[in-house]
Design a protein. Structure first.
Length: 154
């Protein structure tokens, strides 16, 4: 079984590789603009924006859980799991469970009001995984966003 630990600056190269692997799985490779420099600044700089947990096996990172804190005016502090990624050839070996439950324990320890994430509606394997935890899926809220290009054009 892999070792679960907090991600470090030395893990950034492998973190980015896994991010790109996820984008390929989600058929959105061309959307990744992330760089190691951005990840280092945002994960370890003065204005830290995220944390991550890694699953390491035989000296290689085989999975990650990247999360950040949100704030709700109604509920207070929350954790948002941005990505849970396991190398494709190692899925269904319990690595995702170890990572998910590590972030779940962080959420519990920090007494956050919510632990939330998104899952693509076509990702049946992920939905089945999350169903084991009694996950509540919302259908009232629409995801909304403005892109970098839109923001700059305003």
């Amino acid at each position: 079984m892999p070792q679960i630990r907090k991600g470090t600056e030395e893990d950034i190269t492998q973190l980015l590789e896994l991010i790109k692997e996820l984008a390929k799985f989600e058929k959105a490779e061309e959307e990744v603009i992330m760089t190691e420099e951005i990840l280092l600044k945002d994960g370890f700089g003065d204005n830290k924006l995220f944390d991550f947990i890694v699953a390491e096996q035989d000296g290689k990172i085989v999975g990650i859980a990247l999360y950040f804190y949100k704030y709700s005016t109604w509920k207070g502090k929350s954790i948002h799991l941005e990505d849970l990624i396991v190398k494709e050839h190692l899925r269904k070996n319990g690595i995702g469970t170890l990572l998910f439950e590590e972030v779940l324990q962080i959420a519990k320890k920090e007494k956050v009001s919510r632990f939330e994430w998104q899952v693509l509606d076509w990702n049946e394997a992920a939905i089945n995984f999350y169903d084991k935890y009694g996950t509540q899926y919302g259908n009232e809220w629409l995801n909304a966003r403005l892109t970098f290009e839109q923001l700059q054009a305003m």
